[in-house]
Ligand binder design. Structure first.
Ligand SMILES: Cc1cc2nc3c(=O)[nH]c(=O)nc-3n(C[C@H](O)[C@H](O)[C@H](O)COP(=O)(O)OP(=O)(O)OC[C@H]3O[C@@H](n4cnc5c(N)ncnc54)[C@H](O)[C@@H]3O)c2cc1C
Length: 444
């Protein structure tokens, strides 16, 4: 493959969004090389993007995507559903586009990986041999990190923090059923966790829902941390959009708001600081770790997977890449944007391997937008470059308090464009972002 194509691919691959569809047609390589088998576990922000970009770069490549759910229900934009600004259906996506490109989409769960024989085994009893394995399985929650919380309690007090739509749906049902004047409690996790501003965007969106439907209600945040991502603009929004509705309890050296007990029967939640709240609706978000298959494949060290930052190859196991939330990517946040950016580097690296072409320096990027109220969106943005073998943020941007409504609206429009672009990257769908569908208010 000529160098120019490889460079173009890497450049486009590193840029954000719908660049996928604008990629130049790359020359096909010899079938012997193309018969290499790539198995990807996890069809989310990272894995689905890798599958798509591999097929763009090398249509002949044998790409298998193993994904538990036939429908991917995105966590990103799920807070907007809780706020009533988007339908649940708009979060759901299928894998037809990838299958049409020739990706072998397997609806099953990978339960083990023999990394010596290079075989992935699934719950359905099938085995898949690979030359390269890509793991982008996201997170598992550590229920026991919050005293009194468990998988059983989560049915009553959902964390709604994984891709399973059930938790978000359940949380929304509970908000709908709650009386006006009720109390909603959010318990955010300690760092590191998926989507650092996520619990606080969620607080804004739930507060927006309450303000517009149940204005006598309150929202209490019991935070084990001292500070959080985008705190200045988010607390400004608490005061301006939701005055007297949100009570934020951040821990400090005197008061620790880590949860000490939960009574799912009465809804009472107690903290180390001695604060007790009786929740009508509780959203408990525990600590997190890399999903099970990363552990089974021997890729974890502690809770997460160490990787080589130049290409997201596992530091622990040969011929395996780990990307997205499961990976330790230094300061690069656990976000869909990051996973998508990493995925393009992984795909380019595999293609370079298969085609024996030189690799390009990876460009990584992340932007997280948080919607504080309709059309009031803030963002935190950075490119990431390799510095002494570590990924370091460069050229960052963080929204500031007091910005104009115009700028915030522009951020919101950008977030919609990004949403459309990442969906195109993941699911090989042409077209721009679907318009946000206002939620049906029927029955409320
Ligand atoms: C409330 C909330 C809001 C968010 N908002 C944003 C946002 O605005 N912007 C942003 O960039 N990010 C956001 N995020 C973060 C984003 O959703 C994640 O960072 C991103 O999805 C991570 O991508 P991933 O590929 O690592 O994992 P995922 O997207 O979670 O995909 C993992 C996939 O792997 C599958 N899987 C796991 N194990 C197996 C197995 N053994 N076999 C088969 N399949 C398996 C799962 O079913 C899942 O589909 C948000 C997250 C939350 C919770």
């Amino acid at each position: 493959m000529p160098d120019i194509s490889r460079r173009d691919f890497a450049r486009l691959a590193g840029s954000c969004g719908a660049a996928a569809l604008a990629l130049p047609a790359l020359p096909r390589f010899a079938l012997a090389q193309a018969s290499a088998k790539v198995v990807i576990v996890g069809g989310g922000a990272g894995g689905a993007t890798v599958a798509h970009f591999l097929k763009i770069g090398a249509p002949e490549l044998d790409v298998t995507l193993i994904e538990t759910n036939p429908i991917y229900s995105s966590s990103f934009f799920s807070n907007l559903y809780l706020g009533g600004l988007r339908s649940l259906e708009s979060l759901n996506h299928t894998y037809g586009g990838l299958a049409r490109l020739g990706v072998k989409v397997v609806n099953d769960t990978a339960i083990d990986a023999d990394t010596t024989k290079r075989v992935v085994k699934t719950r359905g009893g099938r085995s898949y041999h690979y030359d390269r394995l890509v793991l982008s399985p996201g997170i598992a929650v550590k229920y026991d990190s919050v005293k009194g919380y468990s998988a059983e309690v989560a049915h009553l007090m959902p964390h709604a923090y994984t891709t399973a739509a059930a938790g978000v749906r359940q949380l929304k049902r509970q908000l709908r059923a709650m009386r006006d004047g009720g109390v909603v409690v959010i318990v955010p996790p300690n760092n590191p966790y998926r989507c650092p501003p996520g619990p606080y965007e969620r607080a804004c969106m739930i507060a927006y829902y309450l303000k517009t439907r149940k204005p006598k209600s309150k929202l209490v945040i019991l935070d084990p941390k001292r500070s959080f991502s985008q705190q200045a603009v988010i607390t400004e929004a608490f005061a301006t959009h939701y005055p007297d509705m949100i009570e934020l309890n951040l821990s400090d050296e005197i008061d620790d708001f880590s949860v000490t007990s939960i009574d799912p029967r009465t809804g009472e939640i107690s903290t180390k600081a001695g604060k007790r709240v009786r929740a009508d609706v509780a959203n408990i978000i525990p600590q997190q770790r890399a999903a099970d298959i990363a552990l089974r494949a021997g890729c974890t060290e502690g809770d997460w997977c160490p990787i080589r930052p130049e290409n997201f190859a596992s530091r622990k196991v040969k011929h395996v890449y780990v990307l997205g939330d499961a990976a330790i990517a230094a300061d690069m946040p656990k976000s869909a944007f990051s996973a998508n950016s990493q995925a393009k580097v992984v795909a380019a690296d595999i293609l370079a391997d298969v085609t024996k072409q030189a690799r390009s320096a990876p460009p990584y990027h992340n932007t997280c937008w948080s919607l504080l109220a309709p059309e009031d969106s803030v963002k935190i943005d950075a490119a990431f470059a390799l510095d002494n073998g570590r990924l370091e943020p460069v050229n960052g941007f963080v929204s500031q308090p007091g910005e104009s409504a115009e700028l915030r609206k522009q951020n919101y429009q950008e977030s919609l464009a990004w949403h459309g672009a990442i969906l195109s990257d993941m699911f090989a769908r042409a077209g721009a972002a679907p318009a946000p569908a206002p939620e049906q208010r029927k029955g409320e």
